[in-house]
Design a protein around this ligand. Structure first.
Ligand code: GCW
Length: 681
């Protein structure tokens, strides 16, 4: 229904009559592929449906390029179109498309480099129409990177690790679900933002995925998503040969183990011939892996790579999230942030060329602020993808709203200065900087079967923004949220301005009332990852530490006196972080251990900054429900009430955050707030 969130930003609300009136009609939609499973066919159907809803016009589909084309929309691949003319089309990359709304005979041409590209172009055109944007365009659209994936952490029993939106749309009670409707709808959303693959099961994987019922289930999932141009991949459990296959070992150099994986891979590809490959979490947080068998991480990754070699462009996504989770805090130089480079850098030459290392954007774990992972600047030959997290695991779990595009942009714009040359992370992951041919992006997503998909209507903007940023990392987070708002809620300017303001303020606000100055998020890290628990940040084996004592706080990651982590960055960046004077305030406590009385560049002490930021953040969170209240009557009541409730909760919880964090540090250091809000009263 119009009130549910199932259509996301693809609601295609009818344009107001006066805008509609300015639009000319179409004679027909010419679709250059008759096969119902082709994304080109899907594009034709989507155009037909969208135009009906947005403009109120019923337009017929034809499959014949030799028809009279005047006033038509032609959609297909450039190859299929070539027969039809001599149009000059700018160079297209894989998945790219050409959109020409002023082609000869008053036609609209939507021509993909491949099937997927044609579908992306149809969505682009529809989303312009849906925003009442009829401006003429003749433009080539190309992706920044070939890999634009999402990862679901869905378990076979239907639960979702770090999922905040109900049970899995893929699995239930140990099996793939029967009803594919939500899966098709999910693929439609992904494809509209030009994401080309989804890894359907949790990285903490279950080998029962390989039983016959589930292999057939995977086939049904892939068949459902294929017409939308979305391919699937799966996560594997490293010890499957031993635990599922009856072998005595899972040693990656054992020929029988290799044969076992080849055999399983053949079975999988028989069901899903275009599978994109495997994602592997090994030797990570208790998962078995090659190190369990005294082999290198490359030995492990290469075993899967060899099994996948016969299957086209399939890749192994090998996660760099390998670290010791029983780390001893009493050793000053121990530092989990060092782990990824220590485990992977020396293996740079060792990986097969269809292995891609999947690197979380920060060195620890999706905190409210981290510097970029140094591993992103330490692989030369081995290709990488950056891993984001649309699921707001540490960022309020969709009970708070944090719009993450500004955070991602800051990371993607960060210049790593590899070899002293400009090396923004967006150019590293695109492959451009180091000459990689397959690299890019993935994100933990964790949508569920809730009507909101993600647990909070506003938080779905993060999925939309992720798609936009992976296609074009230079996109502006403000215009992304404006487009999203127009498509999701309304063209009304008050609605657009209000959602934009709340969204753009949301990350700094959350940072203010949670963890400041690069200290980490300060939520509970032992189990839930939700709510304030600064005390849990030390004395744990996870290595997520703040080293807060009665006088001082922060991780000393310098070479001079600390863990040496700064030296993992290229020289110019290392120099900035090594020196307390040049380290930006917002990463001060990430790299340096200082007294609470240390003065920031702002002139404030660290402790006063904590107090002030928490008051400021909690105060600003109170404005969100008030801002939102302006939208009563401007959007449907159902979504209005849902968001109003969430923002009220967030405002209240921000106060809990403020007081918990402020009093925790006051109790440690006994330095009262200069403004008399925190202290022994
Ligand atoms: O952020 C942590 C999560 C774990 C997750 C792990 C990972 C799937 O808390 O739940 O496990 O990261 O990325 O593998």
């Amino acid at each position: 229904s119009i009130e549910s969130g199932i259509d996301g930003w693809l609601r295609y609300s009818a344009l107001p009559a006066e805008i509609k009136a300015a639009h000319r009609g179409y004679s027909k939609i010419v679709v250059l592929d008759k096969s119902e499973t082709s994304p080109v066919y899907t594009a034709g159907k989507e155009l037909q449906k969208g135009i009906k809803k947005i403009l109120g016009q019923s337009v017929d589909i034809s499959f014949d390029l030799s028809d009279d084309l005047s006033n038509s929309i032609v959609v297909g691949t450039t190859v299929a179109f070539a027969a039809g003319g001599d149009e000059e089309i700018a160079t297209l990359k894989e998945d790219g498309f050409w959109l020409n709304t002023k082609a000869r005979n008053d036609c609209v041409h939507i021509l993909g480099q491949n099937d997927r590209g044609a579908l992306y172009g149809a969505f682009e055109y529809l989303m312009r129409l849906a925003q009442g944007d009829f401006a003429a365009v003749a433009e080539a659209y190309n992706p920044s990177a070939p890999i634009r994936w999402v990862n679901q952490w869905d378990n076979l029993d239907g639960s979702i690790e770090r999922g905040y939106a109900g049970p899995s749309i893929f699995f239930r009670d140990g099996e793939v679900v029967k009803d594919m409707a939500r899966i098709a709808q999910f693929a439609r959303l992904l494809s509209s933002i030009r994401l080309n693959a989804v890894v359907v099961n949790n990285v903490n994987a279950n080998p029962k995925l390989f039983n016959e019922t589930n292999l057939n289930g995977l086939r049904r999932i892939a068949d459902t998503m294929r017409p939308w141009g979305v391919r699937i991949g799966i996560s594997l459990y490293f010890d499957s040969p031993r635990e599922f296959g009856g072998l005595p070992t899972s040693d990656p150099l054992d020929p029988a183990v290799n044969d076992w994986w080849k055999d399983i891979t053949a079975k999988v590809y028989e069901k899903v011939p275009d599978m994109i490959g495997y994602t592997i979490k090994a030797n990570s947080e208790g998962q078995p892996g090659p190190l369990t068998y005294n082999r290198t991480l490359a030995d492990g990754a290469n075993m899967f790579a060899r099994a996948l070699k016969p299957y086209g462009d399939a890749v192994v996504m090998y996660r760099a999230f390998v670290y010791n989770h029983h780390l001893e805090e009493s050793e000053w130089k121990n530092d989990r942030a060092n782990a990824a480079v220590e485990y992977f850098k020396h293996l740079d030459e060792e990986f097969e060329d269809n292995v891609i290392v999947q690197i979380k954007w920060g060195p620890i774990d999706f905190q409210v602020r981290e510097p970029p992972s140094p591993l992103l600047a330490n692989l030369r030959k081995t290709k990488a993808v950056i891993e984001f997290q649309v699921a707001q695991e540490y960022l309020g779990q969709q009970s708070h709203f944090v719009y993450m595009a500004p955070l991602w942009k800051e990371i993607l714009d960060f210049d790593m200065r590899i070899d002293g040359k400009p090396s923004p992370i967006r150019d590293i992951v695109s492959g451009e900087r180091l000459g990689w041919n397959r690299s890019g992006y993935t994100t933990v997503l964790n949508i569920g079967s809730d009507d909101t998909w993600i647990g909070h209507h506003l938080s779905l903007s993060n999925l939309y923004a992720y798609g936009r940023m992976t296609w074009d990392p230079c996109s502006d987070p403000t215009s992304i949220i404006q487009d999203w708002t127009r498509l999701t809620f309304s063209l009304d300017q008050t609605v657009v301005d209000t959602v934009t303001k709340i969204s753009m303020d949301s990350w700094p606000t959350y940072e203010n009332y949670s963890g400041n100055l690069g200290i980490q998020t300060l939520c509970d890290i032992i189990y839930t990852h939700y709510g304030p628990s600064p005390g849990s940040q030390d004395g744990n084996g996870w290595g997520q530490w703040t080293r807060a004592n009665n006088h001082s706080i922060g991780m000393d990651r310098t070479v001079a006196t600390g863990s040496g982590n700064t030296a993992q960055y290229p020289a110019e960046v290392a120099a900035v972080f090594e020196n307390i004077e040049t380290t930006p305030d917002d990463l001060l406590l990430w790299f340096h251990h200082v007294p609470y009385t240390h003065r920031l560049k702002s002139g404030k002490t660290v402790i006063q900054h904590f107090y002030d930021a928490h008051y400021e953040g909690a105060k600003h969170a109170q404005t969100f429900p008030l801002e939102w209240a302006k939208l009563k009557g401007l959007i449907d009541d159902h979504r209005f009430e849902h968001v109003a409730f969430k923002l009220k909760y967030q405002a209240g919880h921000a106060i809990v955050w403020r007081d918990s964090v402020n009093y925790f540090y006051f109790n440690k250091c006994q330095i009262p707030d200069e403004k008399n809000r925190v202290g022994n009263h």
